[in-house]
Every structure is written in C-alpha cells, then in structure tokens.
Write a protein that binds this ligand. Structure first.
Ligand code: ZN
Length: 126
C-alpha cells in the first residue's frame, strides 16, 4: 500500500468535487430558470459579509458623536459621559448635565453661583 500523501490528495479531491457540485448545481438552476435562487444566495452572502462592517462603522460614528470627555466643573476630575444626558461625577458626586460637549452643573433656578475669592488680612488693613 502506497500512502505517501493520502490526506492531502483526499482534501484536494473533496474540494474539487465540492466546487464542481456547486458549479453544476448553479448551471442546472440557471438553465431551468431559477437564477433568482442563485442571485438571492449571492445577495445573502454579500449581506452577511458587509453587515458587520456597516454595524461597526455605525457604532464608531455614534460613539464619536455622543461620547463626551470633559472635566467636572467642581472638582476637575476628568471622565466621559453621553451627550444630552445627566450624570453624577464619580469623584465628588455632583449632578452634572452634558450639553454641547461640556459638563455643566445642575443648579436650581433660585441659586446664585458665586466663586469665592481669598483675600489676605494684609490687604484689608491697607
Ligand atoms: Zn466632581
């Protein structure tokens, strides 16, 4: 028994017979008038290969548009959030609203927001 490359030959014969079977099946269906079966199969294969690329591109576009990275206006801790949503700073717990690519504090309507200025006692005496 001469078994030099039995598996290699078997795979080649199998691949050749498989592709010949598909070719003959395609020619038969085309001659009968069922080319729409082949066309729909090819369209299905094209959709299966193209759909993941389109989905990944859409997810990247959505993240680029809606993901905002900024610093908290209270404690300057940098983090990310989604645009046009409300979130809480993970560092200080301040409620924040994300608009226009920036973080803003959520302040009740009757609140006056002030910045404290430190004044040394020497300046007051002068
Ligand atoms: Zn904060």
């Amino acid at each position: 028994m001469n078994n030099k490359f039995p598996k290699f030959v078997w795979f080649n014969n199998f691949g050749l017979s498989c592709s010949l079977t598909f070719l003959l099946l395609g020619l038969f269906l085309g001659s009968v008038g069922l080319s729409w079966v082949i066309n729909s199969f090819l369209i299905l294969i094209a959709l299966i290969t193209i759909a993941p690329a389109i989905i990944l591109w859409r997810i990247r576009w959505w993240l680029r548009r809606d993901l905002v990275g900024d610093k908290c206006p209270v404690c300057s801790y940098g983090f990310t959030g989604f645009n046009k949503t409300e979130c809480q700073c993970p560092n200080c717990g301040e409620l924040l609203k994300i608009e226009g690519g920036r973080f803003h504090r959520i302040i009740p309507s009757n609140t006056i927001d002030i910045d404290a200025v430190e004044v040394s006692s020497n300046q007051l005496e002068d």
